[in-house]
Design a protein around this ligand. Structure first.
Ligand code: ZN
Length: 148
């Protein structure tokens, strides 16, 4: 029985489980923020509704206040969008931009509508040498390209 091998294997499994747990914790944390944000949005809608009701009843007008509420909701919705995208990312899923269906991260085409899924954006570090004529992306670790 190769003891070291067994230990290494167990260690590898533990690392994997740890990573998985971390991932799941991150996802539940994000989901919790999502719920809180949804509550906030709901609250803002209610506030706007209450103002609108009051203005309608009293004939009062306050477009600035309404505008403020709308902006607040827009800001929260924007945050929610970011949060949802982060949850998708943490769950290794991507959303179809055409129909909004959830797809596997590596999916080339949407399972629902067949639209082409965007490919993973590849971050290419730019050449730090401004004089560099080559359009080849430089590896950050390499010295700047020589001008050609
Ligand atoms: Zn789709």
């Amino acid at each position: 029985m190769d003891f070291d091998h067994l230990v290494n294997k167990a260690k590898g499994l533990a690392d994997m489980a740890g990573k998985k747990t971390e991932e799941m914790l991150e996802i539940s944390r994000l989901k919790y923020s999502c719920v809180q944000l949804n509550n906030e949005i709901q609250h803002s809608y209610e506030k706007l509704g209450a103002f609108t009701y009051k203005f309608q009843k009293t004939g009062e007008e306050n477009p600035e206040l309404v505008e403020m509420c709308v902006k607040e909701i827009d800001g929260l919705l924007e945050k929610l969008k970011e949060l949802t995208a982060r949850i998708d990312e943490a769950q290794h899923r991507s959303r179809c931009s055409a129909c909004g269906a959830m797809n596997e991260e590596k999916a080339a085409y949407c399972i629902k509508c067949g639209a082409k899924m965007p490919e993973e954006p590849v971050e290419e570090p730019e050449c730090p040498d401004e004089e560099c004529a080559s359009n080849e992306p430089c590896d950050g670790e390499q010295p700047p390209c020589e001008a050609q």
